[in-house]
Design a protein around this ligand. Structure first.
Ligand code: C5P
Length: 239
């Protein structure tokens, strides 16, 4: 097999070394967690769907000028990626109030935001991914000032690509989470995934949730929502 030793195992993915030190293999799992691991389950087909959606979107982001770690899809649940050092910062971009933003600020979910909001959280399961700001990341040596500026620029570029992309497919992109890594020369590139696990997707017509909130909030129809998002992401769009 092409997979070498297991380098990292997260809640939804495993990362393996390969014979080439500059490349990793990412395997997408069906496991789902919420509320910092308190709630656990399997979502049937999730690994395949998130792999397929990410493998569909990342090359298009690359073509739109956003460097990514993606090289190629290897199997239904695996992809080959460039080896990077993950910056331990979860970058959240919000277009519409929802989730922790709504809770923290007392703003009703679904309230459109007049300006995109970029938030940073420290990627730490033990601490529950606490909110930080870019000074925190700088002060603790997680990224340089130049890298933080680049992260913000790339996050907004991802937004500029994804918002109309999903709009054309009948989906409102409410918010999403990105992770970035650094290459040996210090360049920042997009890593991780873009999927119903890491985005809020609401149907444009009905505002029906088509993402992991169905699991988090026990709304049912989780597998169907993921399958529907795969269909919409990969379906050709007219005109
Ligand atoms: O929970 P919150 O409102 O902060 O989530 C904002 C966005 O980031 C949502 O799309 C959610 O799916 C994503 N997220 C994530 N991983 C986390 C926390 C949030 O993908 N650990």
């Amino acid at each position: 097999r092409y997979r070498g030793e297991l380098r990292y195992e997260g809640k939804a993915k495993r990362v393996y070394a390969t014979a080439d030190p500059h490349e990793y293999i990412v395997e997408f799992k069906d496991d789902a967690t919420a509320f910092n691991g308190v709630k656990k389950a399997q979502i049937g087909g999730k690994g395949q769907i998130n792999n397929a959606i990410t493998a569909h979107l990342f090359p298009q982001l690359e073509a739109a000028g956003i460097p990514t770690h993606f090289i190629e899809q290897l199997s239904s649940t695996e992809q080959r990626v460039r080896a990077v050092t993950i910056i331990p910062v979860e970058v959240i971009v919000r277009n519409v109030a929802a989730g922790s933003f709504s809770k923290r600020l007392g703003i009703e979910e679904g309230t459109p935001l007049n300006h995109p909001v970029v938030e940073y959280c420290y990627k730490s399961d033990a601490l529950g991914d606490p909110l930080i700001n870019s000074d925190t990341a700088l002060s603790l040596g997680w990224a340089t000032e130049g890298q933080l500026l680049r992260i913000r620029e790339l996050a907004l570029k991802v937004r500029a690509f994804l918002v109309p992309y999903f709009e054309q497919r009948g989906v409102r992109l409410i918010d999403f989470k990105l992770e970035f890594g650094t290459t040996p020369d210090g360049a920042v590139i997009l890593a991780d995934e873009i999927s119903p696990d890491t985005c809020r997707f609401w149907d444009s017509q009905t505002n029906e949730k088509l993402d992991k909130d169905r699991f988090r909030r026990d709304l049912g129809g989780v597998e169907d929502a993921y399958a529907e998002m795969l269909r919409r992401v990969t379906a050709p769009v007219d005109g």
